[in-house]
Write a protein that binds this ligand. Structure first.
Ligand code: GLU
Length: 344
């Protein structure tokens, strides 16, 4: 038996010493418990209040869940507390749009470069006139427009159905949050009109922005987003229901954009420290995907100045380090490494 310096992560210990699977599984629960305990009393950050209804959520809620591609769920804290998905929806609707209108049309209308700007920045790529990427509002509204071009008045039902299939249960929209954003979201409407002006949107701006507000108001839990992440990790197939939800190539493209652009103007720091494709939302959720292995969902609604959950970032950083999830971690040896430990 080797001895390890204090703080050596579980996966590093596994690589070096190959402990029995049972102790590793116990270790996953203890990694979640310790991340939850360490960060649950932190109250830095503030609720998003530019959508008035979001200021009404309970600020102290905190849940963490990990769903595996083998169908297991590990969870701690408020993992069944519903919150609005907000920008996390952008990843899934992008995946859907790639399937509906094809990669060429999507790339012609929205780029894949990080913008380095805030999520609601009113800025387009000066060379192409396209929104920089589908994870900022301008890009996401354009993507909603693509779904609207194809599905018209049924577009929201289609989005809700796909997100529900990804989660493995029927999701619903929070009417109060939707109405609150619809009543106050003039900046997004302004972005919509500019998109129409540069030719990125084709249809009626109000209908497209309304669709975008609705997709942002879908209610999920930390366990749901972990499972939705596991569906992406499982190349588009829900690991529990077995349903094929997303096109394989679309999943690859979506994960790439999440990796480079998913955490607003914190995406570079996130790739450096956490190293997994992710998407956050101003409702307080963060979705992470470890390709071919896991989905991770956190919920804590106090946000930093860039719109990311403060406790969510802290928990992800700790869990990724402890479990060796960073894509460039020297212990992350190949895409099937962690899963056998979690799904023996
Ligand atoms: N519905 C929100 C907005 O457009 C989503 C923003 C976010 O989660 O980043 O302002």
């Amino acid at each position: 038996m080797l001895s390890f310096p204090a703080g050596t992560s579980i996966i590093k210990r596994v690589v070096m010493d190959k402990p029995p699977v049972a102790s590793t599984r116990f270790g996953i629960d203890s990694v979640l418990a310790s991340a939850h305990a360490r960060h649950r009393d932190h109250d830095d950050g503030a609720l998003a209040d530019y959508i008035p209804e979001l200021a009404a959520v309970e600020p102290d809620r905190f849940g963490i869940a990990i769903a595996t591609v083998g169908g297991k769920l590990f969870e701690i804290g408020d993992t069944t507390q519903a919150f609005t998905i907000q920008s996390i929806s952008k990843a899934f609707v992008y995946c859907l749009a790639l399937e509906l209108v094809g990669r060429d049309e999507v790339l012609a209308r929205v780029g894949v470069e990080p913008s380095g700007d805030a999520f609601n920045a009113i800025v387009f790529d000066p060379h192409t006139n396209r929104p920089f990427n589908p994870m900022v509002n301008a890009g996401a509204i354009t993507v909603a427009g693509m779904v609207h071009d194809v599905a018209g008045a049924s577009a929201f039902d289609l989005i809700l159905e796909r997100l529900s299939l990804a989660a493995g249960r029927d999701l619903a929209m929070d009417e109060a949050v939707y109405r609150s954003e619809a009543a106050t979201g003039h900046r997004n409407r302004g972005i919509g009109h500019l998109l129409r002006n540069v030719g990125a949107l084709h249809g009626a701006v109000d209908d497209v922005v309304d669709l975008y507000f609705r997709q942002c108001s879908i209610l999920v839990t930390a366990a749901d987003i972990a499972r939705m992440g596991a569906t992406l990790a499982h190349i588009g197939q829900n690991p529990v229901t077995g349903r094929h939800v997303f096109d394989l190539a679309a999943v690859r493209n979506t994960l790439a954009v999440m990796f480079t652009c998913g955490m607003y103007d914190h995406s570079g720091n996130w790739a450096y420290d956490v190293g997994v494709p992710a998407k956050s939302g101003v409702g307080g959720g963060i979705l992470g995907v470890v390709n071919r292995q896991l989905g991770i969902g956190t919920f804590s609604p106090r946000l930093d100045a860039k719109g990311n959950s403060v406790r969510g970032i802290a928990a992800f950083t700790e869990i990724a380090d402890e479990l060796g999830l960073h894509v460039f971690d020297c212990t992350n040896v190949g895409s099937s490494f962690v899963t056998p430990l979690l799904d023996p």
